[in-house]
Design a protein around this ligand. Structure first.
Ligand SMILES: [Zn+2]
Length: 72
């Protein structure tokens, strides 16, 4: 059974900006969508603690963005 990711969870991830493995933390962000300039608020993402780069978007939130009409 896969645990539901929640705010504050720590994950091990490779940050594409730092190019190293970091302990990222899940947090809520407003995500600006490049193509549409639409901003989706309160998206669950994990963020690099070193450079503040958004590493990935939680799977559950991908659906949220899709509903916002951008990622088809
Ligand atoms: Zn980083």
């Amino acid at each position: 059974m896969i645990a539901t990711p929640k705010i504050g969870d720590l994950m091990t991830n490779t940050c594409p900006r730092c190019n190293r493995v970091v302990r990222s933390r899940l947090t809520l962000r407003n995500v600006a969508l490049a193509r549409t300039r639409l901003v989706v608020s309160d998206v669950l993402v994990d963020v690099c603690p070193v450079c503040d780069h958004m590493i990935s978007i939680a799977p559950a939130s991908v659906e949220q963005l899709r509903e916002a009409g951008s990622w088809k």
